[in-house]
Write a protein that binds this ligand. Structure first.
Ligand code: ADP
Ligand code: MG
Length: 387
């Protein structure tokens, strides 16, 4: 789950990391005056709070010198649909604008902490070419980037932090401040189980280093360890994804038309691949979990059917811990409730599969049984075409 810039900045401030003086977030024109007051004597910066970077280039960051200018800029921003190189063609409506004091920028640096999967560590990435997209720097001048991994259990050691600071070309008198900044960020990254902490730009100003932008991505799999975030709704999640989360199901909506109801993430991935191989496109990833019971199956059906693109459903269950006859009972109950108008192909394998198959074929509900995954995929792709 991504956090907005102002939420990310408040985490940084909580750790003593310098940011520009904050005037707060405004959602209505009339709230601008007190916000400007809180952010000092100006000039100020008005920043669109949307979950994407590249706002500066797209016109979502405005520097203003007077309250009158601020009002005009705010009027232009609120309600504006912002498209940046990170929104993937979509436009995000600006509903919140952060007001902060404008920093006098001497130099902009790039700073981030990521999970280094290859090393099994956390890693700090810095570049002296800050402000711009790190992706293009990585392609055009990779020598301008330094990446150093560190053990999250031990934290970022001073010597690595110093090496990063010197790589950025900071003068000796700036190094202690940079070390303290980098170490605080590393601590925040590890303690909150982040998958990304990015400060771009980290600016050198006459007052020292300051985080002018901040991006935080929380690891959804670790949310249960953070009570504050557990209850926070992910603004990027669809209604179906939110409902699924509440029901304890792993569901991700996709843009195809074949709904999948599967137990186990690996089997769900294999099912999606096999549907694609058979010429179809999955409408979702859905893992009902290893211990799928009747209630979860009913809930899963409801969530799949919320998506009006779905033209057929493939149920692929391996009865290892869960018994196939219990899944069959859940399917029958769900079908009795939802009155399915689209084809349903069922592939069951494992414990009590014979009983399950009998239950389904005796139901008279028009389910299509399949022998094996390949058969199931071919059948659902064919049936969905005609539905
Ligand atoms: P994005 O990464 O989405 O484009 P940023 O917050 O990085 O948004 O802002 C873009 C640029 O605007 C920054 O690189 C910086 O030059 C400038 N900027 C942002 N915040 C401030 C600030 N408080 N003071 C001065 N300049 C700022
Ligand atoms: Mg930025």
């Amino acid at each position: 789950m991504k956090l907005l810039e102002y939420e990310a900045k408040s985490l940084l401030q909580g750790r003593g990391i310098p940011t520009p003086l904050q005037g707060g977030v405004v959602r209505r024109l009339q709230d601008i005056t007190p916000a400007l007051k809180r952010a000092g004597k100006g000039p100020w910066v008005l920043k669109a709070q949307v979950l994407a970077g590249g706002r500066g280039k797209a016109g979502g960051v405005k520097i203003v010198k007077s309250p009158a200018e601020a009002k005009v800029a705010l009027k232009g921003l609120l309600g504006l649909k912002l498209k940046t190189h990170q929104t993937g063609g979509a436009a995000l409506t600006i509903r919140e604008v952060l007001v902060e004091s404008a920093a006098k920028i001497e130099k902009e640096f790039y700073f981030s902490i990521v999970v280094d999967r290859r090393e099994g560590m956390a890693a700090v990435i810095v570049s002296s070419q800050g402000g711009v997209e790190i992706e293009s720097t990585a392609q055009e001048s990779p020598e301008a980037i330094l990446k150093l991994s560190f053990d999250p259990d031990a934290g970022l050691p001073d010597f690595k932090a110093r090496r990063l600071g010197f790589f950025l070309g900071l003068s000796v008198d700036r190094i202690p401040a940079f070390v303290s900044f980098a170490k605080s960020c590393a601590k925040l990254f590890c303690e909150l189980d982040l998958s990304l902490l990015e400060v771009n730009p980290l600016a050198l100003t006459p007052k020292g280093l300051a985080a002018l932008d901040a991006k935080v991505v929380l690891d959804d799999n670790a949310l249960y360890r953070h009570a504050d975030y557990q209850k926070k709704a992910d603004p990027e999640a669809s209604a179906a994804e939110r409902e699924a989360k509440k029901a304890g199901l792993s569901y991700i909506g996709l843009d195809g038309d074949i709904g999948c109801l599967v137990n186990g993430a690996g089997l769900a991935m294999a099912t999606m691949d096999t549907i694609a191989l058979a010429g179809g496109r999955p409408a979702n990833f859905l893992d009902v979990g290893g211990s799928a019971d009747e209630k979860r199956v009913i809930e899963a059906f409801r969530i799949i059917l919320r998506d009006s693109k779905v033209r057929g459903i493939l149920v692929n269950i391996f009865g290892g811990i869960v018994k196939c006859d219990m899944i069959a009972a859940g399917l029958l109950k769900a079908m009795a409730r939802v009155k399915l108008k689209i084809p349903l192909v069922v592939r069951l394998e494992g414990t009590n599969v014979e009983e399950a198959k009998k239950m389904l074929s005796n139901s008279g509900l028009g389910l299509v049984p399949a022998d094996g995954l390949w058969d199931a995929a071919k059948k659902i792709v064919e049936l969905a075409k005609g539905s």
